[in-house]
Design a protein around this ligand. Structure first.
Ligand code: KG4
Ligand code: ZN
Length: 347
């Protein structure tokens, strides 16, 4: 039994959670989306200030919900990379302060490792090795999860991340931010076959195409060209949204299934905000069934940013004796394959 208090402030959600192994004792998420929506995307300086305003309330609320005493807490964790530097600083500083005051170990967590661990909270039977498809606002990654702290990135995006593509296409269609959930909703009234769109392939210098990397910028441009063909008042928003969404879903599904089969991985776990997408879930589920693979989808509130997933990753690091130095800094970028640096361990 390991009880961890964790803080997540890498982007536009201030989140605090307390987790006992796979059991979420409390999880508070305060979203700043209403603030950034005015600007059509996340404004880093405003994000940091808002985290500062909100963090103490979130801590207080998460703490009160559990009724625990400090002696019952084993460790304090915070997301330290990757993300907006100013935003990460707020959560990390709060976590280090609590660790010092209450004399607990501090555990810095990689945000993407948190997204992978969201699946563990949803499926307690899940065990490495498996293939993780991480699709969020900033990442599109296929990761071979070998063990806690041991990750091999097999695929990534060459340009826009999947969520970013949804957000940009939503803007082209005059829909608000974040675009993913709105496109998902509007697409239900559209025909996914209305407009054939390019899936986006990465050519290899040796000929052929990269099997696991994605590219969404060509698709985004194709949507722009399509939008330009219509008068603004007659834009078939639902059909374009459905065609775009279906193209993204097919492209991600094809790459994920090929990757799992090539690497002999029988289990796929999906995470990140775009994992909530209904077309992606449908396509992946059908394809996985056809290939006798198991695919896990965490519930929506564990797909988008939260601190429970950060705490769950910290439980495994704590149990393995992976602790961070109090001199650890935040990083805007850090490859997942280098995550053990956060604990001064080289693999
Ligand atoms: O994981 P997340 O909450 O934050 C990051 O770490 O980026 O992901 C946010 C992204 C946004 O781009 C949002 O548009 C997208 O996830 N998203 C969706 C859906 N719900 C959220 N994209 C497609 N379909 C959805 N249902
Ligand atoms: Zn995220």
């Amino acid at each position: 039994m390991t009880i961890i208090l964790a803080i997540e402030t890498s982007c536009d959600e201030t989140a605090v959670a307390i987790v006992n192994n796979n059991q979420v004792l409390s999880s508070v998420v305060s979203s700043q989306i209403y603030l950034h929506r005015l600007y059509g995307g996340v404004v880093p300086e405003m994000a940091s200030r808002q985290h500062l305003e909100t963090i103490n309330f979130c801590l207080e609320k998460a703490w009160q919900e559990t009724g625990l005493t400090w002696s019952e807490i084993d460790g304090i964790a915070a997301t330290v990379a990757p993300g907006l530097v100013g935003a990460l600083m707020v959560g990390m500083t709060a976590a280090k302060t609590l660790a010092i005051i209450h004399d607990k170990p501090f555990i810095g967590i990689h945000h993407l490792e948190g997204h992978i661990y969201a699946s563990y909270l949803a499926e307690s039977d899940l065990k490495p090795p498996f293939l993780s498809l991480l699709v969020s606002g900033g990442h599109t990654s296929l990761i071979h999860v070998q063990a806690c702290g041991k990750y091999q990135q097999l695929g990534t995006t060459r340009d826009d991340a999947a969520g970013e593509a949804f957000d940009k296409v939503a803007r082209l269609l005059n829909l608000s931010y974040p675009g993913g959930p709105i496109i998902d909703r509007i697409a239900k009234d559209g025909n996914p076959q209305a407009f054939p769109l390019p899936e986006g392939k990465i050519s290899l210098p040796t000929g052929g195409f990269h099997a696991y990397d994605s590219s969404f910028s060509g698709l985004k441009t194709a949507v722009l060209r399509l939008v330009e063909k219509f008068e603004p008042d007659n834009l078939p928003v639902a059909d374009i949204a459905a065609s775009f969404q279906d193209t993204v879903a097919r492209s991600l599904t094809r790459r994920t299934i090929n990757c799992a089969l090539d690497y002999g991985l029988k289990t796929i776990a999906i995470g990140g905000g775009v994992a909530a997408n209904s077309a992606l879930r449908n396509h992946l589920e059908t394809a996985a069934k056809n290939h006798h693979l198991t695919v896990y989808f965490p519930p929506l509130k564990l797909c988008t940013d939260n601190a429970a997933m950060i705490a769950r990753a910290a439980v495994d690091h704590y149990d393995l004796g992976h602790f961070s130095d109090l001199s650890l800094g935040v990083r805007s970028r850090l490859p997942l394959s280098e995550v053990m640096q956060l604990y001064n361990i080289s693999l």
